[in-house]
Design a protein around this ligand. Structure first.
Ligand code: URA
Ligand code: CA
Length: 432
């Protein structure tokens, strides 16, 4: 089938075969199909959708477009974890060492962040000396030695997705569930995972604004995983408020270390347990969620998760002497704001706080932007907490030029304090 027929078929709402989709992606990646044709095809998919078989074929074609990672030399079921991105979400840095400490190998390839705060790679780069680029040999050796590695994604992971994503970004075709689902899953499959746990977020601070859309995205990705032979589970989580209490790269590493030391916040640890337990189930270590959660809690309490984190940082050439002793964050300016009122925290606007942290230098507005690893916001209160007038609400960590008082005024506006408590909504909504 010629590219123009592929576009016409989709335009008319017909179903494409696996081979038609595979050829379209192969030819596009090789430069034999023009950008305007691929863009027209994306728009046809956006408008007409794709069924589960087509979405899986697209995922596999994109996964195979580069040089997929082969993790078969590492014993055990390799389980990966992916989050669709949230505010104050340092879950990966907590859950990966815990799951690895339980004996499930975690080989993670992460991207850099765009927007509010950095991605996992940016966070790790706030640790002095930490290397996120390892040779394939070094990566595999580290996996054999300690069962955990986190490295930055190379250009060869699903290049077709990279090309298509750039087109979608410029043609208003990003928000299509089959296109998002295949984009995410192609990268996970190309990274070599045997099984995948997805944290699909919805709400103010998330990519999917409604629970229904997030559920639909999660179901689509779980279906792709099943059809592609990579068992996948998803946890649906609310991003109505920041998940943890740290927004900013070194601050989030500090929060991960605290969480691994048993001092994690309620909302953050709920998501850590939910995702960690699903990873342990898929990794074959526990039969059900209750035992998975108990295992995660035990590995926090006995310090095995923190020990694994320290081992991992050292293996990737990072300084580890500070871990468990002092915070990593050392910004030139600090400013602590106190509450003017007594009451309850009834809203924390994560998106606005994320944008504020980004303007302070914690995230990127454009992909060329540099990140300042030390800046950001540390909250002392979580959603639903009681607060008294005069109690600290947050500390801002700024660079030497930051107008701290003005920034603090803007941050304080994003936290609502009311006389009475708000009804509690747990961050984990359901598992799929
Ligand atoms: N993240 C991705 O990796 N791909 C999308 O299409 C959307 C979000
Ligand atoms: Ca549950």
């Amino acid at each position: 089938m010629w590219p123009i027929d592929c576009i016409a078929h989709k335009r008319d709402g017909l179903v494409l075969t696996d081979e038609e989709i595979a050829r379209f992606i192969r030819d596009y990646t090789a430069g034999r199909i023009a950008d305007y044709q691929a863009a027209a095809w994306c728009m046809a998919v956006y408008l007409k959708g794709m069924d589960a078989t087509e979405t899986t074929a697209l995922t596999k074609a994109m996964a195979e477009s580069g040089d997929p990672v082969d993790l078969s030399s590492i014993p055990g079921i390799k389980v990966d974890k992916h989050s669709t991105g949230g505010i104050a979400d340092t879950t990966t840095l907590i859950v990966a060492p815990l799951v690895a400490a339980a004996g499930v190998p975690v080989a993670k390839m992460s991207g850099r962040g765009l927007g509010f705060t950095g991605g996992t790679i940016d966070k790790l780069q706030s640790i002095p000396g930490f290397q996120t680029e390892l040779s394939e040999d070094a990566f595999l050796r580290q996996m054999q030695d300690m069962g955990m590695a986190v490295i930055s994604q190379s250009g060869e992971i699903a290049p077709a997705d990279k090309l298509l994503y750039a087109l979608r970004d410029a043609t208003a075709t990003v928000e299509s569930i089959p296109l998002i689902a295949s984009s995410i899953m192609s990268k996970k499959i190309a990274s070599g995972a045997d099984a995948i746990v997805l944290d699909v977020k919805y709400g103010d601070g998330a990519f999917m604004k409604t629970k229904e859309r997030a559920r639909q995205l999660a179901r689509t990705m779980v279906d792709i995983g099943r059809l592609a032979g990579r068992p996948t589970r998803a946890v649906l989580t609310s991003m109505e408020a920041p998940l943890g209490t740290a927004i900013g790269n070194s601050l989030e590493v500090d929060e991960a270390v605290e969480a691994l030391s048993g001092k994690g916040g309620r909302r953050l640890m709920e998501v850590v347990e939910a995702i960690g337990s699903q990873m342990l189930i898929l990794g074959g270590k526990v039969p059900d969620e209750a035992q998975g959660r108990a295992c995660i809690r035990r590995l926090v309490e006995n310090g095995e998760g923190l020990k694994k984190f320290r081992q991992f940082v050292r293996a990737q050439h990072g300084s580890a002497s500070w871990i468990g002793k002092q915070p990593l964050t050392r910004a030139p300016q600090m400013y602590t704001a106190v509450s003017a009122e007594t009451g309850y925290i009834t809203a924390v606007h994560g998106r606005a706080l994320g944008e504020l942290a980004m303007r302070m230098g914690a995230g990127r507005a454009r992909k060329e932007d540099a990140i300042d690893p030390m800046v950001g916001i540390r909250l002392f209160k979580e959603l639903y907490d009681p607060v008294r007038a005069g109690e600290p609400l947050f500390t801002l960590y700024g660079n030497s030029q930051a107008p701290m008082e003005e920034l603090a005024r803007q941050a304080a506006e994003q936290i609502t304090i009311s006389d009475g408590p708000a009804p509690v909504q747990e961050p984990v909504v359901s598992e799929i």
